[in-house]
Design a protein around this ligand. Structure first.
Ligand code: SF4
Length: 294
């Protein structure tokens, strides 16, 4: 087997930064105060379990937590960000807030907030249930129209009203390009900002390139991770693709023959140690020519 790892695999800048902020806080806290994250710090079950073992709990809904509050509780806002109302509520309840919102997401929130205050209608291109999109929508009083497909844009009526259009940072680039062309045809006064993160673009492009040159792609990352799922979908167009969370999901390694070319890609929230353990498992099952990064 020949294994190649896609360029730009693994933790992105925003995830590394969020993990660092949490680790620094744990270190400085020395177990004195309780530390919570707003939702799992990143979309990766193994990382969440690691922090749970250190006593860090994820709060899903802040409003439901208020009866359990204690003085000095710390709250870490994860890289996806949060709506303005969450900051207001956390502050009012006396949480010490540690904001690990990725600066790229923060920039979108600021853009949306400033255009909304100038009277623009906000459109967010992305998944209406994703925490990042929910967070961005929370900076324009939850007034945004959220669209996710070309069909959604085709259904829109032409308008000369003011619009500001942004994208979820992990949205698929090729679909965004098609959608923005349609937006500019239908909306004569639209500010269209491509806010897809460079990390996402790089990972998607690397996956397209690598998946064209191999027979199998193994995409590693959380089943709930939006960016990992998109990488798997992109790879599946060119190669037989499996999406796994850990080495334990890789049940039948025997399907890889001695001359099989395997590509490996990891989502932006997948730690290196999980990638390494998958490679080790494949190595232990047969002859492998490790070819490094593609
Ligand atoms: S994918 Fe981009 S926007 Fe999202 S956390 Fe990573 S660096 Fe930030």
């Amino acid at each position: 087997m020949i294994i190649q790892i896609a360029k730009h695999s693994g933790f992105c800048y925003g995830v590394k930064r969020a993990i660092q902020i949490l680790d620094d806080l744990i270190e400085a806290n020395k177990g004195e105060k309780r530390i919570f994250t707003l939702g799992p710090i990143i979309h990766n079950n193994q990382v969440t379990e690691y922090y749970e073992e250190k006593g860090i709990k994820a709060i899903e809904k802040l409003a439901n937590f208020m009866d359990n509050r204690m003085d000095g509780d710390r709250l870490v806002i994860r890289s996806h960000g949060a709506p303005k109302s969450v900051y207001d509520l956390a502050e009012a309840q006396g949480f010490e807030i540690h904001d690990a919102t990725c600066p790229y997401v923060k920039k979108i929130q600021n853009t949306v907030s400033s255009y909304y205050l100038k009277g623009y209608n906000i459109i967010i291109v992305g998944d209406q249930n994703h925490p990042e999109v929910l967070g961005i929508n929370g900076w324009c009083d939850e007034s945004a129209t959220i669209v996710n497909t070309l069909h959604d844009v085709e259904d829109m009526h032409p308008s000369d009203e003011l619009f500001c259009i942004v994208a979820q940072t992990t949205f698929k680039l090729s679909l965004w390009e098609q959608m923005s062309t349609l937006f500019s045809e239908k909306l004569s006064n639209a500010v269209i900002q491509n806010t897809i993160c460079l990390a996402t673009e790089q990972r998607q492009k690397a996956c397209i390139e690598l998946s064209k040159t191999v027979e199998f792609m193994i995409v590693i990352g959380g089943k709930h991770s939006s960016n990992t799922r998109k990488l798997a979908e992109i790879c599946s167009r060119n190669a037989t693709t499996i999406h796994i969370e850990t080495k334990d999901d890789l049940v039948d390694v025997s399907m890889f023959k001695s001359n099989t070319k395997i590509g490996i890609a990891a989502g932006a929230s997948t730690p290196d140690w999980i990638v390494e353990s998958v490679i080790l498992k494949i190595e232990n099952e047969g002859e492998v020519f490790f070819d490094g990064k593609s």
